[in-house]
Design a binder for this molecule. Structure first.
Ligand code: PHE
Length: 339
């Protein structure tokens, strides 16, 4: 039957057109062309009139079904277009919407102190460098002039590997590595982690962090050490902090000193934290022992310098008034979020 063929081809064509329709307008055009008042279906009217009466019910049903199918298809296509329009609208920025909170992480307070220290020393001409945490006995002890029977060498204080290497017990081996690798002048700081076999408590852990300093040149004195530490303390803690030096001993420095900063809790008046002394011990330092210079092939007649080591946890605890060292390694976000 010619009529049925025509109905089918109208539907097929319309379906193809709907499948590639992109806008509501496209759909509307297709609707008008097919089931609209001046559309293809209406145009079939005259043909309908000519078919024999016994075929009319079949033709009529086919006609109506085709119309229904098309109507459903048109509706479906409209929904598809509306959906994708909404989707792409979602990708545009509505500047009136409240912002979404961005949960950025932050640096651990120990890392923040490292950064701050390196920054301050960099401005004084010190280059930040580093060394490995697994060290040789030579770099950690021998070259640093530590006598064979020095207590820190003992298995009770230092972690030893079966092959004789150790976990470094301080950052001072970076002095050795640096001097072995370059000629004077040297002006470095070396932040890093160190390991000691302590029983963990409020002020001890099995590892801690230090920043090492080393300045070697032709004319460096203890006065330079003091002024460097004074400049550091003023930057790190704020103006008004004083520096005090007391005689001490380290195998790798001669003379050796312990340096104290004014207690930031009481401003030097004396309190629980500084045990009423008004001072807090923060730095081990001294003039590099000529034996150390010789061990790395430097000539102690030609150059000299100072070295220092500061505990990073200590600096951080004083600056932020933290009372327990264990907080640094417990990873409690309620603590870490405060910095
Ligand atoms: N290495 C020493 C320590 O860990 C600190 C120090 C460094 C002392 C440099 C003097 C010079 O205690």
């Amino acid at each position: 039957m010619e009529l049925l063929d025509q109905i089918q081809s109208i539907v097929r064509e319309a379906e193809t057109a709907l499948a590639s329709a992109k806008t509501e307008n496209d759909v509307e055009t297709i609707r008008a062309k097919t089931i609209g008042r001046n559309g293809a279906f209406t145009a079939l009217g005259p043909l309908m009139g000519k078919i024999p009466p016994e075929e009319k019910p079949v033709a009529g049903r086919a006609f109506n079904e085709a119309k229904q199918t098309l109507l459903a298809k048109i509706e479906e296509t409209k929904n598809r277009i509306a959906d994708s329009a909404a989707e792409s609208a979602g990708e545009t920025i509505d500047v009136t919407l409240p912002g979404r909170k961005w949960h950025a992480g932050r640096k651990h307070p120990v890392c923040q102190t490292f950064d701050e220290c390196c920054d301050i020393f960099r401005r004084m001409g010190f280059i930040a460098t580093s060394g490995p945490e697994i060290e040789t006995v030579f770099n950690n002890f021998d070259a640093l002039n530590a006598p064979a029977d020095h207590p820190s060498r003992s298995m009770v204080d230092t972690f030893y590997f079966a092959d004789g290497r150790i976990m470094r017990s301080h950052t001072s081996p970076v002095q050795i590595r640096t001097m072995l690798a370059q000629k004077p002048p040297v002006r470095i700081v070396a932040p890093g982690r160190c390991y000691r076999r302590d029983t963990p408590d409020a002020t001890h852990g099995v590892y801690f962090h230090q920043i090492e300093g080393l300045y070697i040149d032709t004319d460096v004195s203890l006065a330079d050490l003091k002024s460097t530490l004074m400049a550091f303390a003023a930057e790190f803690f704020g103006e008004g902090i004083r520096v005090r030096m007391r005689p001490s001993f380290f195998p790798f420095t001669e003379p050796s000193v312990e340096c104290d900063f004014t207690c930031v809790m009481c401003g030097g008046k004396g309190c629980k934290v500084c045990k009423n002394s008004g001072w807090i011990e923060c730095v081990g330092a001294g003039m590099v022992n000529p034996n150390v210079l010789r061990n790395v092939g430097y000539d102690p007649e030609q150059c000299q310098g100072f070295a220092f080591g500061m505990g990073i946890e200590r600096l951080t605890m004083i600056k932020h008034r933290i009372e327990d060292l264990r907080l640094f390694s417990e990873n409690d976000v309620r603590f870490l979020e405060q910095f």
